[in-house]
Design a protein around this ligand. Structure first.
Ligand code: PLP
Length: 396
């Protein structure tokens, strides 16, 4: 990243930490052995896989053997859902799955796929602040329910779902609970036993490791079917010769988080809160902030600028070398705005003006100051040429 470029899109992906990069390069350079080979090249490679698995497990307070490496969050989500549900469909059963309307496409699309083959899906609504009540889960469970899959933190708003309370319900009803923790890991402390879930997905590129590596944690005793068949790697759950340098990188990224997360979280939250309050003041309290104010991860801002199109704002910010996300998804090339904000009942005009600003490890005070200055001046310029904004000002 050049010094002039300001990155405020850490929820989309993170730069690789230099320490992670070093380990990754070392492994790629020196350890080309196949971990399955029983010779002096294979053994060190197998040691690397084991130590990476231990590092991931330590961060989650899990057992080493419960970590299964994958290619990322999407694969982990697919494996969790299809691994539980496909065998039941093959037996002719009609399994029922509960998710929320604001899950990541990796979950939503997997459910659409399973629905085509006979699974029944309940998609729970969220409240206007993006939260979900455990009672909703309790009310949706029925005899056929086999799996509840709910994200720990939302990728657009950062809102955190109450997984421990939901886990108490699923456990009592004998239903498996999976969580997509891709956006939560590294932002809040995760202890799989305190969460009470049965499976958890994570992704390397959201925690300063490279793209293309992730993991699924599966609680000991929970049996799921593999999706990739072959040489039986990853205890038979995920065949394919190991992505050695990717695994080493993910392990190292987890090790870094195991040590410095609390202090870092406080620092980022301080900057995030400051951006929100400074922008709100500087722009005459016209901004609309989305998501529960407290129950959210410390790095994420979801806001709408009234009378401004989010895509235009993003383009103007991009001209200033500032990267944010429009917080909206394109469907069939037609921008209909963020499904997450729609599900929260946000007014369609505000959805069009939505932006996601997300901070991370290298967000500095100086960057925040520049961001505040440029953002405010761009919004003021866009308001000055917005007929709707001018009309509203006259009517005030
Ligand atoms: N789940 C959530 C909540 C995400 O935010 C993402 C990525 O944006 C994914 C899953 C997919 O992860 P990956 O990009 O590693 O496939």
């Amino acid at each position: 990243m050049s010094a002039a470029q300001l990155y405020f899109d850490y929820n989309a992906t993170t730069p690789v930490d230099p320490e992670v990069l070093k380990i990754m390069a070392d492994v790629a350079r020196k350890n080309f052995g196949n971990p399955s080979s029983a010779h002096c090249f294979g053994r060190p490679a197998a040691d690397i896989v084991l130590s990476a698995r231990q590092q991931v497990a330590r961060l989650l307070r899990a057992e080493t053997e419960e970590i299964y490496f994958t290619s990322g969050g999407t694969e982990s989500d697919n494996l969790a859902l299809k691994g539980v549900v496909l065998p039941l469909l093959l037996k002719g059963e009609k399994p029922h799955i509960i998710i929320s309307q604001v899950e990541h496409p990796a979950i939503l699309e997997s459910c659409l796929f399973l629905e085509r083959f006979g699974a029944e899906i309940t998609r729970l609504e969220v409240a206007a602040d993006g939260t979900l009540a455990p009672d909703q889960v309790a009310a949706a469970i029925k005899d056929e329910t086999v799996l509840v899959s709910l994200m720990l933190a939302n990728n657009e708003t950062g809102v955190i779902f109450p997984l421990p309370e939901i886990a108490a319900i699923t456990k009592a009803r004998g239903v498996l609970l999976h969580t997509d923790a891709v956006q939560a890991l590294g932002k809040i402390d995760i202890d799989v036993n305190e969460l009470g879930v049965d499976m958890l997905s994570l992704s390397g590129h959201k925690i300063y490791a490279p793209k293309g590596v992730g993991a699924l944690w599966v609680r000991d005793g929970v049996v799921i079917e593999p999706l990739l068949h072959g040489g039986g790697q990853e205890q038979g759950l995920r065949s394919g010769t190991e992505n050695l340098h990717g695994m080493a990188a993910l392990g190292c990224a987890c090790e870094i988080l195991s040590t410095g997360m609390t202090e870092e979280g406080r620092r980022i939250k301080g900057l995030r809160d400051e951006i929100e309050s400074e922008l709100d003041n500087a722009l005459d309290r016209q901004l609309v902030f989305h998501g529960h104010r407290q129950l959210r991860v410390p790095n994420t801002i979801s806001l709408s600028v009234p009378y401004v199109d989010g895509e235009s704002l993003l383009a103007y910010l991009d001209l200033e070398n500032i990267a944010v996300s429009a917080g909206s998804a394109c469907s069939s090339g037609e921008n209909q705005g963020s499904p997450v904000l729609h599900a929260m009942g946000v007014d369609a005009g505000l959805v069009q003006g939505a932006l996601r600003i997300s901070l991370g490890r290298w967000t500095s005070r100086a960057e925040v100051d520049t961001f505040l200055e440029k953002f405010t001046s761009i919004v003021r310029r866009l308001w000055a040429i917005s007929p709707l904004y001018q009309k509203k000002k006259v009517s005030l």
